[in-house]
Write a protein that binds this ligand. Structure first.
Ligand SMILES: [Fe+2]
Length: 237
């Protein structure tokens, strides 16, 4: 694969709390491209009572974005995914094709709530795994019950979950404590993916370049490429 990946972002215009217009989306893609990103899995939220854009709307807006991006960048690849907030019926909905996986793969970017406890997290991961999906836990740093327990993170990985952290956590933009947590994850070899979780062109911007530089500095080039290229390539293939 050519270039780096961003596997978690809200760049499709008008489908969630991310980009509000095609113009804003293009600005965000410019930021990604400048940072060396050449492959992006676009992951609009799906969460009951909050983000429930219809499949038709998401597909239409995705197609608009792909058309506009292809005019500007011949070597920027866009794929469609979803950040799926957990619910008791999530597996059933995935099976029925009512929810999207990551780029048509068996990987599911799985979001929890900040207050979710260890038991619920384990149950959801187990259910996905038993049903033949590969859960990617979205921004693991956001859930205190998981973040504060590295043994649990290891257990979840042994169960078959992948771990994603946000670029701003790694770069230090979200504070020193978060940066220290990300470093610990990397040193313990518990990290699988980094995503920008970019939501806009002015605030919560996609900022993968800084995170990539930090990972190269802390862990070396081959580890960084493993996280930013090799692991995400597996989703696509
Ligand atoms: Fe997100």
């Amino acid at each position: 694969m050519h270039g780096l990946f961003d596997i978690h972002c809200h760049i499709i215009p008008g489908v969630d709390d991310g980009s509000k217009s095609l113009e804003e989306s293009i600005k965000m893609l410019e930021m990604e491209y400048k940072d060396g990103i050449r492959n992006i899995i676009l992951t609009p939220h799906f969460r009951y009572d909050m983000f429930e854009a219809s499949e038709e709307t998401v597909q239409k807006q995705y197609a608009r974005l792909v058309a506009a991006a292809s005019e500007r960048w011949a070597d920027l690849k866009l794929y469609l995914g979803c950040e799926l907030h957990t619910s008791m019926d999530m597996v059933e909905c995935l099976r029925q094709g009512k929810r999207r996986t990551m780029a048509g793969s068996r990987y599911v970017l799985t979001e929890f709530s900040g207050g979710d406890g260890k038991t619920y997290v384990k149950e959801r991961i187990q259910k996905l795994k038993f049903s033949g999906y590969y859960p990617i836990i979205a921004h693991v740093e956001r859930y205190p019950s998981v973040r504060d327990d590295l043994d649990l993170i290891e257990e979840l990985r042994n169960m078959g979950a992948c771990i994603q952290v946000n670029a701003d956590t790694i770069s230090g933009k979200d504070g020193f404590g978060m940066k220290r947590f990300a470093k610990k994850l990397m040193k313990e070899d518990l990290l699988d993916f980094v995503g920008s979780d970019g939501h806009g062109a002015k605030s919560r911007t996609p900022d993968m370049g800084k995170a990539y530089a930090v990972v190269v500095k802390v862990m070396g080039q081959s580890y960084a490429d493993h996280i930013f290229i090799e692991n995400p390539s597996k989703i696509i293939s």
